[in-house]
Design a protein around this ligand. Structure first.
Ligand code: GLA
Length: 701
C-alpha cells in the first residue's frame, strides 16, 4: 500500500493506493481536511482510521474507496453500471492498475481486463483550495456496450460530516435549502429535464461541527447525485458521495473504442459558509469564467420584458430606452417578441429573423438610438427551441426531439431541437452568426424555456459546441444563461457565458433568499439582479423602490420595470441607487462575500470586502418582534484596523427617523474591526421591507 498526498495552502487530501493489477487493486481517499504538517506519517494516518474485520462482513472486507463496486461485497451504488447490447448485465470488476502523481495532481488508472474497460479518475487541488475530480472511461472491449450509470466522483465521506444541505426548487422559487442528517435513508437527487433544473440538485453542502464541504457537478445536462450510507457495515462505515451525469432512458451506447464520462466535480472546504464561498468564487473567477479579466465593469441593464412583454413597438422601445438612459442604465436589452410573427408565446421560435411588422427597417434604427443614448444593445434568443407554428418547423419537422409516430407534447407551446444532429447546430450557428454580423449586439440573453423530453442524448454536448463556436466567432459578445430563470446554472455553462439569470422572480423579498443561495457557489458579478415592478407580477407583492433597489445592488444590477410607470420619487430613488451601484461595483464584483448572521431570522445580511473598502446590505423582511433589533455584526474585517463607517443615502424612508444621530452616520463613525464584528451597529431594522447599506473604509494605520 502506498500513500499520496495532494495539498493546497489550507487543505490536504491523502490517498491510499494498492495497484496489484488483476488481484486486488484498490484506491481510497483516507483524509480530506485541514492541511497536514509536512512529514506527517501517512501510513500511521491510514492505520489510525483502518477498521478490523467485524462479524457479518466478507472475509476480505471490501474497499469501495474511489471505485465502489458490488462484486467484492459492498452493497451501495456502484461507480459504473454497464450491459451488453443484448441487455445482459456486465458485472464490472474494476481494479486500480497504476497511478501518476505530480505536484497537486493524481491520476488513478483502473481497468476491468475481462470486460475491456479502462477508466481513469483524475484529482487536482488548486492553489485556492478547490478540488477537482473527474472520471472517464474507454470501451476497449471490441463490441458496443451500454453505459447505464457512471459516477464521476466517488468520495467516501469523512465520518465527521454528519449533516448535509440539499437544494430543491421550482420555477420562480429556485434553490430552497433543506438541512438534514446523513442517515440510513441516504439521499438521491436525479434530474430528468435535460438540465440541472430550478432545484439545484447539482449543488450540495456537507456539514461537520466546524466545517462545510461543498460539492458541484459541472454539467449543464441531467445529474445523478447520491449519498449512500454504509448502514449494513459492508465496508468501513463511511457514507459515499457520488455525483455524475444522469444518462437518458436506456443508457448511452458506447461504440468500440469510444470514450465516456468526464464531467468534473468541484469540491471546496471551509470553516464556515463564507469561507466556503470564497473558495468557490476564487475557482470560478480564475478557472471558469471566460476571460473575466477583460470584462470591464458589469453594465447596468434595462430589460424590456417586465416593462413591455410582447407589446413591442419601435416607438415604445425608443421611449423605454430614453427613460433607461435617464436613470443611468448602460445596456438596453430587447427581450422576447422581436422576431418572426411572435406576438405572444405560441409561435415563431426558430425563425430568428427580425419581425418586419414591429421593425419595418430592421433593428438598426432602435440599436442606433440606443447607442446614441450612450448604451449598448442586448438581444434575447432561445436558439435550442422551435415553435410548431414556425417556418423552421414547417421546413424541418424532423429536427425536434420526438419519438417516431408518437405525439409531440409541447411545453410553453414549444418543442426542443435535437442538438445531437450536426445540421441543427450548423443551422443555429448560421442564424445567430448572421444576426451578430448584421447588428451591433453586445449581449445575448440565451433562454431555454422547456424541459427536454423525450430524452435527449448528446443535447448538452451539442449546446456546448454551439456556444463554443459562437464565442470563437464573436468573442466580444457577452452571453447570459437563462432557463425560465435559474433552470440551467452550473460551471459548465458559465465556462461559456458571462452571467446567469438566477430567477424570473424579481420580488426583492424572494431575491433575499435566492441570491444568498446562489452566491454560496457563484460570485455576485454573474448573478443578474434586477429592480422589478411593484406590484411584482409573480408574487403580487408591493415593495418600496428603496427596498427593491438596495436588494438589487448585490449582484449584476439591472432594471426590469417601466420607468414611465414610476413616480418622480421612485425614479429619483432608483437613479441614486444605480449611481451607488456604479460607485461600488468594483468592490462588489471583485471582493470576498461574507454572509452576516443575525439573531432575527427575518434579517438577511451580506457584505463584500475588497482592499480597504467594504459594503454591506442588511434587510428586514418581517415586523420585528422587538422595537430595537439586535445590532448588525459585520464580518471579514481586520480586528485591529480602524474603519470609517457610513450609511450611504438615500436611507429607507420608513425608518430613517429612528436613527439616533443621523449626522454621525453621514460623516462616519470610526470603529475598529473588532468592535464592528463583536458588537456591531444598532440600525433601525424594525419594519418589514427595510434595508440599509453600510459602507466601510479602512483607515491608514
Ligand atoms: C423566460 C425568461 C424571462 C423572459 C421570458 C420571455 O421566461 O426567464 O426572463 O425572457 O422567457 O419569453
Amino acid at each position: 500500500m502506498e500513500h499520496v498526498r495532494l495539498d493546497s495552502d489550507g487543505l490536504t487530501l491523502v490517498f491510499a493506493l494498492e495497484a496489484d493489477g488483476a488481484k486486488h487493486g484498490a484506491a481510497d481517499c483516507i483524509y480530506l481536511g485541514a492541511r497536514l504538517p509536512e512529514g506527517e506519517d501517512l501510513a500511521a494516518l491510514a492505520q489510525a482510521s483502518a477498521r478490523g474485520r467485524h462479524e457479518n462482513q466478507p472475509d476480505v472486507p471490501p474497499v469501495p474507496g474511489l471505485w465502489p463496486q458490488q462484486g467484492d461485497g459492498w452493497q451501495g451504488t456502484p461507480a459504473i453500471r454497464i450491459r451488453r447490447l443484448t441487455g445482459e448485465a456486465i458485472a464490472a470488476d474494476v481494479r486500480l492498475t497504476s497511478w501518476e502523481h505530480e505536484g497537486s495532481e493524481l491520476t488513478c488508472r483502473f481497468a476491468d481486463a475481462r470486460a475491456g474497460l479502462h477508466m481513469s479518475t483524475h484529482w487536482a487541488v488548486e492553489d485556492g483550495g478547490a478540488i477537482i475530480c473527474q472520471s472517464e472511461g474507454w470501451n476497449e472491449s471490441g463490441e458496443a456496450i451500454v453505459l447505464e450509470h457512471l459516477a464521476s466522483l466517488n468520495l467516501p465521506i469523512p465520518r465527521r460530516f454528519s449533516e448535509f444541505t440539499a437544494f430543491s426548487g421550482r420555477w420562480a422559487g429556485e434553490m430552497q435549502e433543506t438541512r438534514q442528517a446523513i442517515d440510513p435513508n441516504g439521499f438521491t437527487r436525479r434530474s430528468a429535464g435535460g438540465k440541472p433544473g430550478f432545484g439545484g440538485g447539482n449543488w450540495l453542502l456537507l456539514h461537520s461541527g466546524d466545517e462545510v464541504l461543498g460539492a458541484h457537478l459541472v454539467w449543464s445536462g441531467d445529474h445523478d447525485v447520491r449519498i449512500t450510507c454504509d448502514t449494513a457495515g459492508s465496508a468501513d462505515g463511511r457514507a459515499m458521495l457520488q455525483m455524475g451525469a444522469a444518462l437518458t432512458d436506456g443508457g448511452a451506447i458506447i461504440a468500440p473504442g469510444g470514450a465516456f464520462g468526464g464531467q468534473p466535480v468541484v469540491l471546496a472546504l471551509g470553516p464556515d459558509r463564507s469561507a466556503l464561498a470564497e473558495v468557490f468564487h476564487r475557482h470560478i473567477r480564475e478557472q471558469v469564467l471566460p476571460a473575466r479579466a477583460d470584462w470591464g465593469p458589469r453594465k447596468v441593464h434595462l430589460n424590456s420584458w417586465e416593462a413591455l412583454g410582447f407589446n413591442l413597438t419601435e416607438p415604445a422601445l425608443i421611449a423605454l430606452a430614453e427613460d433607461a438612459a435617464s436613470l443611468g442604465v448602460e445596456r438596453f436589452v430587447l427581450d422576447d417578441g422581436w422576431f418572426g410573427r411572435r406576438r405572444d408565446d405560441t409561435s415563431s421560435l426558430g425563425d430568428w429573423l427580425v419581425s418586419p411588422d414591429v421593425f419595418p427597417q430592421g433593428l438598426a434604427p432602435l440599436i442606433d438610438h440606443v447607442h446614441a443614448l450612450g448604451m449598448d444593445f442586448g438581444l434575447w434568443v432561445e436558439p435550442e427551441m422551435v415553435s410548431p407554428d414556425s417556418d423552421l418547423y414547417r421546413t424541418h419537422p424532423d429536427w425536434c426531439l420526438h419519438l417516431e409516430g408518437r405525439d409531440r407534447p409541447t411545453m410553453r407551446g414549444q418543442l426542443a431541437l435535437d442538438l445531437a444532429r450536426p445540421e441543427v447546430v450548423d443551422h443555429l450557428f448560421a442564424a445567430l452568426d448572421a444576426l451578430l454580423r448584421e447588428y451591433r449586439i453586445a449581449y445575448l440573453k440565451w433562454d431555454h424555456n422547456r424541459d427536454l423530453f423525450p430524452s435527449a442524448a448528446g443535447q448538452t454536448e451539442g449546446f456546448y459546441a454551439l456556444l463554443d463556436r459562437l464565442r470563437a466567432a464573436h468573442p466580444h459578445v457577452e452571453i447570459e444563461s437563462c432557463s425560465s430563470g435559474g433552470g440551467r446554472i452550473d460551471y459548465g455553462v458559465l465556462a461559456r457565458t458571462h452571467r446567469v439569470w438566477p430567477s424570473d422572480n424579481n420580488d426583492a423579498i424572494e431575491r433575499l433568499r435566492i441570491i444568498p443561495a446562489w452566491s454560496q457557489f457563484l460570485p455576485l458579478e454573474v448573478l443578474g439582479s434586477h429592480v422589478g415592478p411593484s406590484p411584482n407580477p409573480i408574487t403580487g407583492r408591493r415593495l418600496t423602490m428603496d427596498f427593491r433597489a438596495k436588494v438589487a445592488l448585490f449582484g449584476h444590477m439591472g432594471v426590469e420595470a417601466d420607468p414611465a410607470q414610476m413616480s418622480e420619487d421612485e425614479r429619483a430613488t432608483l437613479t441614486a441607487h444605480i449611481a451607488l451601484y456604479k460607485a461600488w461595483r468594483e468592490v462588489l464584483h471583485q471582493g470576498a462575500l461574507w454572509r452576516l448572521s443575525h439573531p432575527d431570522p427575518s434579517v438577511t445580511g451580506m457584505m463584500v470586502t475588497h482592499g480597504d473598502k467594504a459594503l454591506a446590505l442588511v434587510a428586514q423582511t418581517a415586523f420585528s418582534p422587538v422595537f430595537d433589533a439586535a445590532p448588525v455584526r459585520l464580518a471579514g474585517l481586520e480586528p485591529q484596523a480602524r474603519y470609517r463607517v457610513t450609511l450611504p443615502e438615500p436611507w429607507p424612508p420608513k425608518v430613517r427617523h429612528y436613527l439616533a444621530n443621523p449626522e454621525g452616520w453621514r460623516t462616519g463613525l470610526i470603529l475598529s474591526g473588532a468592535a464592528l464584528m463583536t458588537q456591531g451597529l444598532a440600525l433601525p431594522l424594525t419594519h418589514p421591507e427595510t434595508a440599509w447599506l453600510i459602507a466601510l473604509e479602512r483607515l491608514p494605520q
